[in-house]
Design a binder for this molecule. Structure first.
Ligand SMILES: Nc1ncnc2c1ncn2[C@@H]1O[C@H](COP(=O)(O)OP(=O)(O)OP(=O)(O)O)[C@@H](O)[C@H]1O
Ligand SMILES: [Mg+2]
Length: 242
């Protein structure tokens, strides 16, 4: 579903990604972890062309991301993305937040978009909040709305960039529960997260990045059981202490 081949990227003289190669098959859940600044966000943003890259290639479901003829709005509509900060429109109700991209990008009618949004809101356990505004919801609830909003576009895969790291501890699980359910339903997912409980539960593979390199790309059990690199070992020791 997602193929990343030898991707390199520079910011000026600074090389942020170095020959990154990996594949995510349909239905796989791949967790991306690694120290701050290692290039995790940059890598997944390259997948839906939020960041350009200088070398290599990326294809999503056969569509080349970097190619000239590729329609980026169409590509982005099919690749759902959920960020650390939910980025809901503060002046719109939850229902309207869920409907707007369906109407503007997919050309769905208002009623259809509304119904679809409500069904997904129900699925993330928030149907009762349909008429509220984002500011009236907790961080965890807003993040669940952001996931529902991405799902409303019928994505073929989902990218997550630390979706729980801005949340209070008691709200992390409600968001992870939604993500676990999605994974178990067979959604193809690439998730930057340091929630290793989540990784253990649903990841097919774990990618560990350091200084712009994919240092490990392993089966989950191999990664947790016996990481190959010293750097990954140190990293795991540090985050598993908590
Ligand atoms: N727009 C930019 N211009 C220049 N350098 C950038 C830019 N965006 C990111 N970088 C640098 O690229 C490197 C990788 O950044 P990136 O955000 O991908 O890391 P990350 O692994 O997601 O880190 P974190 O865990 O802190 O989110 C960092 O050193 C960062 O400072
Ligand atoms: Mg990041």
């Amino acid at each position: 579903m997602i193929e990343i081949n030898n991707v390199s990227k520079w910011y000026g003289d600074f090389r942020v990604l170095t020959e990154c190669t990996t594949r995510v098959a349909a239905g796989e859940v791949v967790v991306v972890c690694g120290p701050s600044g290692s290039g995790k966000s940059t890598l997944i943003k390259c997948v839906n062309a939020l960041e350009p890259f200088n070398e290599g290639s990326i294809t999503v479901d056969g569509t080349s991301v970097g190619a000239r003829g590729t329609s980026l709005p169409k590509l982005r509509a099919r690749v759902g993305m959920v960020f650390q900060h939910f980025e809901l429109f503060p002046h719109m109700s939850i229902t309207d937040n869920l409907a707007i991209a369906q109407i503007k990008v997919l050309g769905r009618g208002r009623d259809e978009a509304r119904q679809k949004g409500l069904a997904l809101l129900d699925r993330v356990g928030l149907k009762a909040h349909a008429d509220k505004f984002p500011g009236q919801l907790s961080g965890g609830q807003q993040q669940r709305v952001a996931i529902a909003r991405a799902l409303a576009m019928d994505p073929i895969c989902m990218l997550f960039d630390e979706p729980t790291s801005a949340l209070d501890p008691e709200m992390i699980n409600e968001v992870l529960d939604v993500m676990v359910e999605l994974a178990q339903e067979g959604m193809t997912m690439m998730c930057v997260t340091h929630e290793m409980g989540f990784a253990r539960k649903v990841a097919s593979r774990v990618i560990f990045m350091d200084h712009g390199h994919i240092v490990e790309d392993d089966d989950k059990d191999a990664f947790f059981g016996n990481p190959r690199s010293e750097r990954a070992r140190q990293f795991l020791d540090k985050i598993l202490q908590h």
